[in-house]
Design a protein around this ligand. Structure first.
Ligand code: FAD
Length: 461
């Protein structure tokens, strides 16, 4: 191991790996330090294993629908241990790929904990060795936040949910964000009696109001109990081994597991940032400029640690922009304004651009187009679930400001729509596009007149 580098990256997750690879490709001498597993949250205990669990949880519905198309088969059985073992195998495979990619890009991978000791130095906690670098990139991500409630240590977070020895009979998922909603769908789909608890009025704060409502409604129809305006006040182990959960509404209910999905906090503890005078912002995330540079000119930060938009493709883009700016003499700032995103809840959500509320507050006139219908795969069954397509346009310029889709494959659809919205497409551009038939997505280009309009944020009759 050498001891001086052009760049030392702390954290081999989505952002760190992309930055390290690209910087090395541009000729920098790079080391990346990882204390846990290569690939970071997304690969090891985030997006990837979560999506595998989501896919597993969707089979019961497909078995149900298959019968309406004439299929018959024995009673399907689910084995959690098989899913876990296969998931672990896949994650090991992906971690190896990350290692090979870093090796192939000639990045030195150091399995240790990195601690900043100055503007140009990082200490390896286990090896007790000091590295020096012209620049340091902090890409240490975030971790689950667990509220300070008596007995909370009996609960689990998404980290542990990926390794549960067995599925409980009954689970309480605490939280209203996308991770909580996704895990509620996973557990319910796998046959666990699931309660989703959120302290606010409606789940999925920040999403379009119609999306929030339709998703909550359909989750309930699929058997998830949603408890709103309530909080956990304490948790006690009961004789059966279950956890008695006391709620602010004075009820006490016992659950086999309680999962906290109550937000994430940046991983800054013990990172030594004060040794380099790196400033934090109000959320105790690292404060950076548009080029991911911190208050210490030789220290940069990308990804969840900066709490801009905590998504993998954003961390990757920030890592790439950093390398492009610093090692390819091409100043590149990431545009965080239009980010297509999916929630792999049941039903799935795909969304890009402004919500109706935000569009109405920032534009004098907006048009809102809404279409709801039963997806074709449900038409031979009695299943009542509907899809929703919602398009919000600027009443003055005709520009598409937001697209919100609820239902099967909306995550896939929104990636494509995201291109058009990023390009500044108008409703006329959508209308000019010939429909693909018969698909659900054709709805996007066949929405005729507005369902309603808003002027200065007020809905017209
Ligand atoms: P991370 O990927 O978290 O990587 C940080 C790395 O730094 C980790 O490997 C950590 O071990 C290491 N580290 C920390 N401190 C040190 C230290 N001192 N020394 C050495 N190493 C250190 N995003 C999506 O876009 N789509 C999804 O569907 C999605 N699903 C998610 C589901 C879950 C359950 C969770 C938790 C997250 C999900 N995310 C999803 C978010 C996504 O995982 C993160 O936004 C992304 O991983 C952030 O990348 P990062 O590089 O900032 O940090």
């Amino acid at each position: 191991m050498s001891s001086h580098y052009d760049l030392v990256v702390i954290g081999a997750g989505s952002g760190g790996v992309r930055a390290a690879r690209m910087a090395s490709t541009y000729g920098a001498k790079v080391a990346i330090i990882e204390e846990y597993r290569l690939g970071g949250t997304c690969v090891i205990r985030g997006c990837v294993p979560k999506k595998l669990f989501v896919l597993a949880s969707r089979f019961p519905e497909q078995f149900d629908v298959a019968q309406s198309f004439g299929w018959s088969f024995g009673e399907p059985k689910f084995d959690w241990a098989t899913l876990l073992a296969n998931k672990n195998k896949e994650i090991d495979r992906l971690e190896n790929i990350y290692g090979n990619i870093l090796d192939g890009a000639k990045v030195e991978t150091i399995r240790d904990r990195g601690v900043v000791t100055g503007p140009n130095s990082v200490r390896l906690a286990k090896a007790q060795q000091e590295l020096t670098a012209d620049r340091i990139l902090v890409a240490t991500g975030g971790r689950p936040f667990v509220p300070n409630i008596p007995g909370a240590e009996m609960g689990i977070t998404s980290n542990e949910a990926f390794h549960l020895e067995k599925l409980p009979k009954r689970i309480l998922v605490n939280g209203g964000g996308y991770i909580a909603v996704e895990f509620a769908g996973i557990f319910a789909g796998l046959g666990v009696e699931t309660t989703l608890l959120y302290r606010g009025d409606q789940i999925l704060r920040g999403f379009d109001a119609d999306v929030r409502e339709i998703v909550a409604e359909q989750m309930k129809a699929r058997g998830v109990e949603i408890k709103l305006n309530s909080e956990i006040t304490r948790m006690d182990r009961c004789a059966s081994g279950n956890i008695d959960v006391s709620f602010s509404t004075d009820e006490v209910v016992d659950f086999g597991e309680v999962m906290f999905a109550t937000g994430r906090v940046p991983n800054i503890e013990g990172l030594g940032l004060e040794k380099a005078d790196v400033n934090l912002n109000a959320g105790r995330a690292i404060h950076v400029d548009a080029y991911s540079q911190t208050s210490c000119p030789s220290v940069y930060a990308v990804g969840d640690i900066t709490n801009r938009v905590a998504l993998t493709p954003v961390a990757i883009r920030e890592g790439a922009a950093f390398a492009e700016t610093v090692y390819n003499n091409n100043p590149t700032a990431v545009d965080h304004s239009i980010i297509p995103t999916a929630v792999f809840s049941e039903p799935e959500i795909g969304t890009v651009g402004l919500t109706e509320h935000d569009a109405g507050s920032s534009h004098a006139k907006i048009n809102v187009y809404i279409s709801t219908f039963r997806p074709m795969q449900n038409t031979l069954t009695a299943r009542p679930e509907k899809m929703m397509f919602k398009l919000i346009t600027d009443g003055e310029t005709d520009k598409v400001l937001g697209v919100h889709i609820v239902g099967p494959t909306s995550g896939e659809m929104i990636q494509m729509v995201g291109i058009a919205v990023s390009m500044g497409a108008t409703k006329a551009d959508f209308d000019r596009t010939i429909a693909v038939h018969p698909t659900a997505a054709e709805e996007l280009v066949t929405l005729k007149s507005p369902t309603y309009q808003l002027e200065n944020g007020i809905r017209l009759a």
